[in-house]
Design a protein around this ligand. Sequence first.
Ligand SMILES: [Zn+2]
Length: 440
Amino acid sequence: MKTPENSMTISYWQKSEETITRDALESFQLEKLGETLRHVYANVPFYRSRCDEAGIDPSRIKSLDTIKRLPFTTSDDLRLNYPYGLLAVPKDEVVRVHTSSGTTGKPKALFFSKGDIERSANLIARCLVMTGTGKSDTLQNMMTYGLFTGALVMHYGAERVGALVIPAGPGNTDRQISLMRDFGTTAVHITPSYALYLASVLQKKGIDPGKDLNLRRAYMGAEPYSEETRKKIENLFGIDVYNSYGLTEMNGPGVAFECPYKNGMHLWEDHFLVEIINPETGEVLDEAREGELVITSLRREAMPLIRYRTRDITKILSDTCACGRTHRRISRIMGRSDDMFVVKGVNIFPQQIEQILMGIKGVAQNYQIVLESLDQLTIKVEISKDLFDGNIDHLLKLQAAITAKVRAEILVKPTIELLEPGTLPVSEGKAKRVIDIRTM
Ligand SMILES: [Zn+2]
């Protein structure tokens, strides 16, 4: 097992909860599952009829497996019940709403009670403390403030541990850099694509993050990204990068986090009950297998969700972690079952391609996958400027190397286009990596 690069002492925010024995954790989950089912049975007609149809009496929940008899809750269920259909408390008890916009149709509305805000802040605080962020830190929050949960939930958690929070929001890169310098920012909350862009701007301005900035760590989430991209960002800035996982439907960020061992994200099982399913058939899989993560909230008050399909592809890691936390981990998100695309009948996630590209010397930060037909895939890749040295052999060699490596991974031969840095559109938010121009 890897040891943390910085020899930090292990610290906890809620030690007894974070290191609870597995037996005690499972009894606690059963108790909270019963409470949650009784709560939705009494207050949400949608779940009451589902329990009745499945023959489940919420006052007699004897096993965690009982929920396997209930159907999944999907994002369509949230849209169909927009805005108040799944609310489980009187409107007076709600203190905040976040929405999650879909690509089509109605948004999803997610409600928080005072208690929900409190608990989500504590979950973020667990993450920050376990990775070394505390009172003496300055956290620059570069996620979008607003209806999206990413920034606000992190903000509350960082304040909770006593850090100074800069609510910068995303974009406006020159101002971000000034803020980082003026306030000695030690931690950032950022998307991986924006971190890569920020690194390229710093480079252009001749700013050396190791010498000219005070940055020590970054929390990254909101987009799936590869281990190679993490290493690239760690090297570019000379910092530790920690994966963070969350979704608006489950409070936003704070569902699962990496500890200093960076060996998967501890998923807070005293708040969330997890299952792994086959995204195509809905069959519950052995948890060690890769599949779609399904989450039941155990502590949400305003809007609990039962067996919610996250669409995120991952697997559960059950081996013990040297940090002492007993909550199992999930592997980095492989992709969204929605992002998966098919070429020549092969299921492909953009992250598989990213992982290869970021591991090849000479490949720069930005790339784009273009789908032209059902059997044709083009990858546009920016490469370092010094490779355009007038010697076409160097380019052909790199092109052949990328083609071979991608083909070996996804079993489809791609067309590779090499581009000078700065050719592809840059992203100050979530990157659009796959362009689908197929007409079907
Ligand atoms: Zn750990």
